[in-house]
Design a protein around this ligand. Sequence first.
Ligand code: ATP
Length: 532
Amino acid sequence: FAATRTFHSVRSASAGALPPEALPVTAAAYAFSLLASPLPDRPALVDASTGIAVSYPSFLAAVRSLAGGLWSSLGLRPGDVALVVAPSRLDVPVLHFALMSIGAVVSPANPASTPEEYAHQVALSRPVVAFAAPEVAAKLPAHVRSVVLGSDAYERLVSACAGSAPPPMAVKQSDTAAVLYSSGTTGRVRAVAITHRNLIALMCTHSENRKRAAAEATEAGEEPPPPAVTLLPLPLFHVFGFMMVLRSVSMGDTTVLMERFDFGAVLRAIERYRVTLLPAAPPVLVAMIKSEEARRHDLSSLLVIAVGGAPLGREVAERFAAIFPSVQIVQGYGLTESSGAVAGTVRPEESMKYGSAGKLGSRLQAKVVDPATGEALGPGQRGELWIRGPLVMKGTAETVDSDGWLKTGDLCYFNEDGFLYIVDRLKELIKYKGYQVPPAELEHILTSHPGIADAAVIGYPDEDAGQVPMAFIVRQPGLNLTGQQVIDYVAKHVAPYKKVRRVAFVAAIPKSPAGKILRRELVQQAMSMGAS
Ligand code: ATP
């Protein structure tokens, strides 16, 4: 991430070498072009539960062969959308790359969704085919042609063109490579069209960052950072996991896949595979701090935890750093609409800025806009974050304006040094008697309490105040915290208008598979339950 420069109220990060836009190249071809020759002699993919590994030569051969089968046997053509609905198994990244390499559009969806949710997604993306894990296929709308992963029909596609590549195709970088779905934390999921150019820009930035880190290490007389062994407990259908695999393959790293998030299995996999990089949502750091189990494993290989998707509280980051001093916390901020991270605390000295989402990534511009007046604001002033640059999706007028600015819907500010601080989503701010209360701030305070294992806050309708902050609390086992103790604890840390005024104890906080609090579900729960 290059240093940011400020031009009045617009921040820009400096540009680097992206391939010319007119060059017809797919994201898959670009990823492979970044790999050194001969191909890396480490696995591209490993299945965490079985230990089965796929080498780089096997991975590339499998992608080429399947791409040929998709083209010649299934008749897929550039622009055709293919839904992929499966847990993170070894064949899924192969399928993603094969689809992208023939210009077909990969559209990964959650295998745990309901038939209604698939119907909504299918209406948005209009797939011509769905590739589904055996346990999912029956939930898909009947009118979509489906191919079951691992079935004989699928295996025929895999092997139909072994050793031969599909014919060259005219795929432009501006063509859609993937249709991803947002997390649906605030409402129904949205479909987001990501282009090959978006993905190429993302890989280009990662490759520049790695080269710069290597050059800096050499200059300091140190060993350059080794290739990463990345453990991916995040789903491949969410922007974070989807992009991590692309990044990892383009850098020649190893990705260890997990079918679903399971904290104990994460700890065991770190130990077994000597994992160096763990992308995770903030609740994973909370669990690592609070769990005794984490102390029982050898986690000494872990160098970096890349945290994103939701706000990471300063307290949590500080406590994590105290317990795991050798692990660098890289915080990243992004949206599905921005193809993932647009800001991050990438450099080691930046990662000590706990609570910040870091500096703007290369080739991006940002401004902070007063949502009421549309006026651009200066450092330290809070407003909506707008971003522009090659990572921003092909937009609709609603989300991307005619000048290319994506309105993120997030309330934020930059400090004088160009560090970004996300306060909360504008939509989720609680309005108490005309004051705005960011739920994320209260959640950070709550999770710092030793008697609280997890917490989430919503606005509860109130006749006098409009809304009052209501906390959902998961108690730490064995500690019998009361609602009044929760209220008093928060009151000690915040101005009176931010006080929690209602408390409910629950067994678990509903989260998306990428670790985000599903606040809309909590609102429904609050309406149907009595709060104490
Ligand atoms: P939906 O829009 O369907 O409700 P969503 O906004 O959660 O879902 P995503 O694209 O997965 O969909 O998430 C992007 C949002 O996640 C951002 O707009 C921001 O609110 C939040 N976010 C991501 N990273 C961070 C971070 N580092 N700090 C704070 N918030 C973050």
